[in-house]
Ligand binder design. Structure first.
Ligand SMILES: C[S@@+](CC[C@H](N)C(=O)[O-])C[C@H]1O[C@@H](n2cnc3c(N)ncnc32)[C@H](O)[C@@H]1O
Length: 278
């Protein structure tokens, strides 16, 4: 089975099977994931046709290179030492000065050796995570090649989620996992890119989601369970999912509750599916 080759803040690897159990009953179109991050659900579903997007350019280039040149990316990773000084040199390199293959290897290297696998940038967009001192391989060869194979049917887009949503047609399945509405907890994390995803962005997202619904597109959305998020999606099926934030700045085991929203499952169906799959 395929699995993402990255660890990502808010990544859904742990819940991918559960989310897959919430897929539309009759689904014949393509899979669309406009906030792909590590694309955990995509790898779980292994769709023949998909559109994946993210506003993080480094991430999208990395996925493109893993799809198109997996052996070359692994070859470059094999050459990079897991040492603090080298990490800091790679971290301070401007990725725009590198060839795409080297940019891809840099993303995976920083992800596997940086503190808790966090991808965090400052306001200028510079990666600023400290060295993690982990002794682990950068990749698993079989899993990496499997991920590359599953990506063959995926179009990868760098940009705002709205652009990606334009490609969604009736019968497609769209999974939306935006940066979370902050809950005020220590685990809140939104700085994936130099820009921020603010309250007004969530309002705009809810408008976009209602337009998907009107076009007959199936959607599943996850967010933090807050009154604001519930209000934005009122009228759709909703359920809650007990989660553990994998990358929490203060605690590894802090519990949280996610809201799951859908236009093709009612609230009772979401609740039943989650309790069956948990
Ligand atoms: C919660 S993470 C998604 C995690 C993903 N489901 C996974 O399994 O790893 C949210 C992602 O949205 C991306 N993002 C933030 N603002 C965006 C925007 N306006 N358009 C597209 N992607 C955006 C971030 O770069 C981040 O990778």
């Amino acid at each position: 089975m395929a699995k993402s080759f990255l660890k990502w803040a808010g990544g859904k690897t742990r819940y991918a099977r559960l989310l897959e159990s919430l897929s539309p009953p009759k689904w014949s179109g393509k899979f669309v994931e406009p906030f792909m991050g590590s694309a955990a659900l995509f790898f779980q579903v292994e769709p023949d046709r998909a559109v994946l997007a993210d506003s993080n350019e480094e991430l999208v280039i990395c996925f493109q290179e893993v799809r198109d040149h997996p052996h070359e990316v692994m070859g470059l990773l094999d050459e990079i030492p897991n040492e603090k000084e080298h990490y800091e040199m790679v971290r301070s390199t401007d990725p725009a000065t590198l060839q795409p293959l080297h940019r891809a290897a840099r993303v995976i290297y920083l992800n596997k050796t940086g503190f808790r696998g966090l991808w965090r940038v400052n306001r200028q967009g510079r990666f600023n995570v400290p060295y993690g001192a982990y002794e682990r391989p950068y990749y698993n060869r079989d899993a990496f090649l499997m991920a590359s194979k599953v990506l063959q049917g995926a179009k990868l887009r760098c940009g705002d989620y709205r652009e990606c949503l334009r490609s969604a047609r009736k019968g497609d399945w769209v999974y939306l996992d935006p940066p979370y509405v902050p809950t005020g907890a220590w685990g809140d994390f939104t700085r994936y890119t130099a820009g921020q995803f603010l309250g007004s962005d969530h309002e705009e997202l809810a408008t976009q989601v209602r337009s998907l619904d009107a076009r007959g597109v199936h959607f599943l959305l996850t967010n933090s369970d807050t009154p604001f998020a519930r209000d934005l999606y009122s009228g759709f099926g909703m359920g809650i999912l007990e989660t553990r934030r994998d990358i929490d700045l203060r605690s590894r085991h802090r519990k949280s509750t996610d809201l799951v929203v859908s236009n093709y499952l009612g609230s009772a169906e979401i609740k039943n599916s989650i309790s069956r799959a948990s």
